[in-house]
Design a protein around this ligand. Sequence first.
Ligand code: IMP
Length: 430
Amino acid sequence: MACVIIVGTQWGDEGKGKIVDLLTERADAVVRYQGGNNAGHTVMFGQDTFVLHLLPSGILRKTISILGNGVVVDLAELIKEINELEQMDIAVANYLHISDRAQLVMPWHKTFDRLREEQKGRNKIGTTGRGIGPAYEDKVGRSGIRVGDLLETEQFKNRLAEIVAEKNKLLASYFKADEPPFSAADIFSEFEAYLNILRPYIRDTPLLVNQLIEDDKNILFEGAQGTFLDVDHGTYPFVTSSNTLAGGACAGAGIGPTRITCVLGIVKAYTTRVGSGPFPTELLDNDGELLQSEGHEFGATTGRPRRCGWFDALLVRQAVRLNGITSISLMKLDVLDKFKTLKIAVAYRLSNGEVTEDLPRSLENVTPIYEEMSGWNCKTAGTTSYKQLPTKMLAYLERITELVGAPVAIISTGPKREETIVLNPDQFWF
Ligand code: IMP
């Protein structure tokens, strides 16, 4: 039995989807434990590219796929994703399980996400606009609706009427929005139709996951977003609204921390960020543009260009600590193929002149102190043998390992499944 958690160590988009897909080959189940369809996990095999927003990436390998209780689910989007995969001959019905305790993303969550961003103007978070923040607010505020609540028709109808009345007041008096009010009757019919499609998938997923553990199965927990979008440990308030850290897998899937056997941190060989918020190593010059074009750095969910910058060792070292990362998977090294010189942030100078190697509470107004390394400046994209990697790339890799405090387990040299070097395949599964 093994329970492996996969987490992003930066601001998301590190390439988790590819690695989850790869490790699913030997997994019995894959579980999503937080976030919602704000995520965009890109997986490529053969000539096909799949971008999954809600379904665990394991579904592409026809593996038991679980949407845990910590996820917020937009049922319309989920059904769309299921239909798309079924058209590609992936019989989702045989593999998917949705937690009866997962919270629903309701129509007002999407509206309020948009209106709040409009209100904030230049201070906006730059959310994906999928209603994720408002859905988690209602969960914690105890006015959310859970997937399982749909099964109790009369109770759902009454609760919906109460909540809609409150949301309409907010819409009219707080947001003063020029939009039609929400209709409880229409929403009830809409969600009844969703329930008719999804009823067979709904179940007690913490029970299922724990039974799989008792049966000695290999389970993969697929994190979404990244460590510095975590609501507690990220660059608050420019974060998402869930605990993206490995610790989030326990509450979000319903397992105890003693069951976790390893945590694999996914690390991009440079840094990217979508949306607003501080980004100390951001490059607003030709180097940044080269990273963006070589790395195809455009958001998988919103299509927005990703901000790009040098590798920040302070971030990833902190991520290793916060997640208890046991090894890392280094992604997109080939994107650096054209660079003659590479830089790594090894410390920050704070606004008071102090120098720190530990991540400060605020990343605003810090100046990165860089170490320069010479680039390998040759084509490595698609390399599948460690021995064929240029010495200068190995030196970069070794320096990163040293700085972040975790060994490299996987090296990715391209988006395809086969463009990967797995250094020790037996370390994850027992
Ligand atoms: P929200 O999760 O839509 O509320 O967005 C909050 C912040 O997290 C914004 O900066 C988004 O761009 C960012 N974000 C959310 N999901 C992802 C993701 O999957 N990858 C990268 N950034 C994300």
